[in-house]
Design a protein. Structure first.
Ligand code: URA
Length: 240
């Protein structure tokens, strides 16, 4: 998609949009080797942009942790008009997109970034980082049920990889079990399908951790930038 030059410069963190306009008018900006002084000039994604002769990285890499509420689709637009991620990122200068997906009715931690290399590494099967979910299921699970989830459940797309479990609550009155499940794969609706396969339909599902990241301190529906330490830890977890 083509964007106005001053917008691209601002998104790359070179200057504010107003300052970027001044740089352009002053003849300090080149696009594909040609000085551009026209403010409405638009560039495609492949154009090389230089300021004072120095090539700029097209877009500053940004990383946000989002606490997705239930009832939100993990896409940037929804043809059915349901709430989606785009509704929560309108204030951001950079265009970010979600790494991985949470179901419409799953809440919790989503990583939003414009860092394609990191996104690709985190979702590649060889570098799957642990994802921890708190699940509340219908029925009273016994230890051997949790063992099944830990050791592997046969789903229609094959046996699941070893996982970790932690029992949190067995509510005998309401007939509900709450536990944490950490998986190292990213199959579609995996947690719901695993629980269903052993006879415990999921009532509520929330992702509370993704590799080194956790949801603590980020309220439902809120977004916060990752710290440098968190970005470094993610890179390490992704094997980059
Ligand atoms: N597993 C699920 O079943 N749903 C999610 O949203 C994420 C993991």
């Amino acid at each position: 998609m083509e964007e106005r030059l001053q917008k691209l410069l601002a998104a790359a963190g070179v200057a504010s949009r107003r300052e970027a306009e001044k740089l352009i008018v002053a003849g300090r900006v080149q696009v594909n080797g040609k000085v551009i002084t026209e403010l409405g000039y638009k560039c495609g994604p492949q154009s090389s942009i230089k300021v004072d002769g120095k090539l700029i990285a097209r877009e500053k890499k940004v990383y946000y942790l989002f606490n997705k509420p239930k009832g939100v689709v993990t896409t940037m637009e929804d043809p059915e008009g349901r709430a989606c991620i785009a509704d929560y990122v309108q204030e951001l200068k950079q265009r970010v997109y979600p790494v991985g997906r949470l179901d419409y009715n799953t809440e919790g931690l989503l990583l939003l970034t414009n860092d394609g290399a990191l996104a690709q590494a985190l979702t590649h099967p060889s570098h799957q980082v642990g994802k921890t979910y708190t699940a509340r299921v219908k029925g009273l699970m016994q230890d051997d049920d949790l063992d099944k989830l830990r050791m592997g459940v046969r789903l229609e797309d094959g046996l699941t990889a070893p996982a970790r479990t932690e029992l949190l609550e067995r509510d005998k009155e309401r007939g509900l079990t709450t536990f944490n499940l950490t998986i190292y794969e990213g199959r579609n609706r995996q947690v719901r399908r695993m629980c269903e396969a052993i006879g415990f339909p999921v009532r509520d599902l929330k992702r509370i951790k993704l590799g080194p990241l956790n949801l603590k301190g980020t309220a439902r529906g809120k977004l916060r930038p990752l710290s440098e330490g968190e970005v470094d830890a993610l890179y390490q977890a992704a094997g980059l």
